[in-house]
Design a binder for this molecule. Structure first.
Ligand code: PMP
Ligand code: GLN
Length: 382
């Protein structure tokens, strides 16, 4: 193993999913829906396998999908995107993130990151030779401490990597917070890589604002999204990135040596999906929000306090609020093996010292009867 990767264990999602399978637990750990996304989108993928093309698509992505991403970004964010130069299709958001880190970071460059952080961010930054600068957010409000954020930037900052709506917190960054980030990125002549895979999974009156749309940020921001989340097809691994031609080219330089391209039938199907009408996008939100409401009310009914959740697939429960005195890791193992419900410890998403160990992340993008069964099991156990 390389020295960098030797410092990392198996990802927490894999660890908890394995334990869930072993104990036949309802898996509310790893984030994935238990119902596949639209049949018509899947039909386009199937048809394209039969009819072709099935050979290497262009490195930047099939034209239909790049056009669809440009149209999607104009429709939802009011930005004008040149599909030929400003869009890159990748093998999932994960590859877009890796290509961004490898394409932009030089050894010794600093990267600003919010904790809790999604599991692949840190290894990618380290593989690229970057030095992480963490800014910790704490439950239940996940507020940014402006002083700490300012202090994380320096003249060695190459980029900030951020995620809104944010996994695992469910936080949706406000315009004021994004303005502060934009101000710092511009002042330090840095880039912003924005993981926006949950852009359409957002609740109540919250609105997703892309940092890319803020004044002065268009030329220094790459926005990354994923068909996996928008179409409830997480196994497809079709991601897409929007940035200026110059920034896209830098990132594509790494992409060409990582995967070069991704499956043409899935790209065509996602192109079809992105053009879906407003009702599709509205129903996705509505359905996810009702799952969140049901599951949150269920947790609260058992006595768990829950942290704010304005988007994503995830809600965090305060395990100390029911008198559990062990760590979040102990709690998640206990409920997986004894109550038959798996969750993920939130402390697994922190690297720096001082993280609280009393929150468990539950994934609620499941069928209503599954959520009900999980709540019943937890209620019976506690
Ligand atoms: N970023 C975040 C915040 C995620 O939660 C996920 C998916 N679970 C990804 C990236 C990865 O997306 P993809 O499956 O498209 O690679
Ligand atoms: N994004 C999913 C989660 O946060 C898991 C993806 C994965 O297993 N790598 O649970």
């Amino acid at each position: 193993t390389s020295d960098v990767l030797a410092g990392f264990g198996t990802t927490i999602f894999e660890v908890m999913s394995k334990l869930a399978i072993e104990h036949k637990a309802i898996n509310l750990g790893q984030g994935f829906p238990d119902e596949d996304g639209p049949a018509d989108i899947r039909a386009v993928a199937a048809r394209t396998v039969d009819d072709g093309p099935n050979q290497y698509p262009p490195m930047m992505g099939v034209p239909e999908l790049r056009q669809a991403v440009a149209e999607h970004d104009a429709r939802f964010y009011g930005i004008s995107v040149n599909w030929q130069s400003d869009v890159l299709v990748t093998s999932g958001a994960t590859e877009a993130l890796a290509a961004s880190m490898l394409g932009l970071i030089n050894p010794g460059d600093e990267v600003v990151l919010f904790e809790p952080l999604y599991d692949c961010y840190l290894p990618m930054i380290k593989l690229a030779g970057g030095i992480p600068k963490f800014v910790r957010l704490d439950p239940p409000n996940w507020e940014i401490d402006e002083g700490k954020l300012r202090a994380a930037f320096s003249d060695r900052t190459k980029l900030i990597l951020m995620n809104s709506p944010m996994n695992p917190t469910g936080k949706v960054f406000s315009r004021e917070e994004l303005e502060l980030i934009a101000d710092l990125v511009i002042k330090h002549d840095a880039y912003a890589i924005c993981d926006e895979v949950y852009e359409h999974i957002i609740f109540g009156d919250k609105k997703h604002i892309s940092l890319l749309t803020l004044p002065g940020m268009g030329e220094r921001t790459a926005r990354i999204a994923s068909a996996g989340k928008t179409f409830s097809l997480t196994g497809w691994k079709v991601g897409y990135l929007t940035a200026t031609a110059e920034l896209t080219a830098r990132i594509a330089k790494a992409h060409q040596f990582l995967t070069f391209t991704t499956a043409p039938n899935l790209q065509k199907a996602v192109a079809y999906g992105l053009a879906k009408d407003d009702i599709f996008y509205r129903d996705l939100k509505k359905s996810m929000q009702s799952k969140r409401d049901f599951f949150r009310d269920g947790l609260n009914g058992i006595g768990f306090a829950t942290a704010d959740c304005d988007g994503t697939y995830f809600i965090n429960a305060d395990i100390s609020s029911i008198g559990f005195t062990g760590t979040d890791e102990e709690f998640c193992r206990l409920i997986t093996t004894e109550a038959g419900v798996a969750a993920v410890p939130v402390s697994a998403f922190y690297q720096s010292d001082g993280a609280r160990k009393n929150f468990a992340r539950f994934c609620f993008c499941k069928r209503p009867e599954v959520l009900k069964a999980a709540i019943d099991k937890l209620r019976d156990f506690f």
